[in-house]
Design a protein around this ligand. Structure first.
Ligand SMILES: [Zn+2]
Ligand SMILES: [Zn+2]
Length: 447
């Protein structure tokens, strides 16, 4: 974009205008526009950028605002039918994105290059803040009504790629996460419904990003779906020599924990509680991965494992005071709202996860509190030490002895048994939870 602007040969005035916009010389640009408003209809020689595009690309928010206040069309198009909003989203200029949306920019415009929207641009270039701003605009605009929010999140470009495909292809795990939370279809195929095409998992496998593969798997990405050439994501990862990704995608390796379907039945899942549970899910899967990847490293010892910082050991010990009375390893971070019983996010997750999401029959009930057996209708962040324990959850999980037992247990009854067995050690160190265990151990034994 820079050279396009520097290549202007259209006369000194245009040159001065675009240079002024690019450099943020508000007063000079303002004076030029006041002197001759027709300069606003001029474009750069290359790419046909208008002043508003140039301001959006170069993050010149003051000039952008000034132009919008002078009634410049926020959806003005360049040669490739790109709007200033697309270019701001591409460049990650969040304040320009917000200002353009505020000025009424249309988030549902498609460029003529690849048939992409501003949402595609934000996802492709990995700008989470822009992605959030655009989706929040979609929530509150007419698009949610006329188009449907879910349809907008899964909007396809000219090649059939959704924003989730593009984020996966570019290795942007946080964008992937945000899109999935907002209803992106994890196993969408680029060729549309019913036809074989690439899924986000195929693209992440090709890219070799372990974080992206992990995120997609945790949301139920299908390891067995084939693309148009009949390959499953595992084969794609092998072909591109991403050994660690291939290990996770190998259909014969243990299935990861998947964001549990029963949680959908918990009304008003507190956003903070949800974040804790999501982090616990990723941490639990990293724990499982350690075993899978160790085996992989033995057989692929020449290939380095990428983005494995999360697998580092963390030996910090939680204080005894608020230890979860189920696993005795993590701090209580989640509380059941009505009864007030607390446990760590990971144990809560196991409680909700012990039924596979495809076991439709068992997913129709909400999970029960393991201490008092009341229905869990709402989860909240535990009050006690909530702030410090967030860091605890964020940090890579340490090797677990007892909790692994519960991850491996199959079926609901054995899950509850393992929860019960662990609890009935009756360690009384916990301020809240320990007492609860003592009171409830009778109940637990009935499972
Ligand atoms: Zn626990
Ligand atoms: Zn309870």
């Amino acid at each position: 974009m820079g050279q396009e602007i520097s290549c202007i040969r259209q006369g000194a005035r245009e040159h001065a205008l675009f240079r002024g916009v690019q450099n943020g010389e508000l007063e000079i640009v303002q004076a030029m526009v006041d002197h001759d408003p027709s300069v606003l209809s001029r474009t750069t020689v290359h790419g046909n950028l208008f002043a508003l595009h140039v301001a959006a690309v170069h993050d010149q928010i003051e000039i952008l605002s000034m132009l919008l206040e002078r009634s410049v069309n926020p959806d003005i198009l360049n040669r490739h039918k790109q709007t200033p909003l697309m270019l701001a989203a591409m460049s990650g200029n969040i304040s320009c994105v917000e200002r353009l949306i505020q000025a009424g920019a249309n988030i549902l415009k498609f460029d003529s290059l690849h048939g992409r929207t501003c949402l595609h641009y934000a996802a492709y270039y990995g700008h989470l803040d822009c992605l959030q701003a655009i989706l929040s605009a979609a929530h509150s605009s007419h698009i949610a009504i006329s188009w449907g929010f879910a349809r907008f999140v899964n909007i396809r470009d000219g090649s059939g790629a959704t924003p989730l495909h593009l984020a996966s292809r570019q290795g942007s795990a946080d964008c992937i996460h945000f899109l999935l939370v907002n209803g992106a279809l994890v196993s969408a195929s680029t060729c549309g419904y019913g036809y074989p095409g690439s899924t986000p998992l195929h693209l992440a496998a090709r890219e070799g990003s372990l974080d992206c593969v992990r995120e997609l798997l945790a949301w139920g990405g299908d390891r067995l779906q084939t693309d148009s050439s009949g390959k499953i994501p595992y084969t794609v990862a092998l072909k591109h020599k991403h050994a660690a990704c291939a290990a996770l995608l190998n259909p014969s390796s243990p299935e990861p924990l998947v964001w549990p379907a029963p949680l959908k039945f918990i009304s008003d899942l507190n956003p903070e509680a949800r974040t804790l549970l999501e982090k616990a899910l990723i941490a639990a899967n990293k724990d499982r991965e350690r075993v899978i990847l160790r085996d992989t490293m033995n057989s692929f010892s020449s290939s380095p494992v990428h983005s494995d910082s999360g697998l580092a050991e963390d030996i910090s010990e939680a204080s005894d005071v608020d230890l979860c009375s189920i696993c005795f390893e993590k701090i209580c971070t989640i509380a059941v709202k009505d009864c007030g019983h607390q446990m760590c996010a990971q144990c809560m997750l196991i409680l909700c996860c012990h039924n596979k999401p495809n076991a439709a029959s068992s997913c129709s009930k909400s999970p029960l509190c393991p201490f008092c057996r009341s229905n869990i209708s709402e989860l909240v962040v535990a009050n006690v030490m909530a702030n410090t324990s967030t860091d605890e959850e964020l940090s890579p999980s340490k090797p677990r002895r007892s909790s692994r037992r519960s991850f491996n247990s199959e079926g609901s009854s054995s899950s509850f048994k393992s929860l019960s067995a662990l609890s009935s050690f009756g360690r009384t160190g916990g301020r809240n939870s320990g007492r609860v265990v003592a009171e409830c151990s009778e109940d637990l034994d009935k499972f």
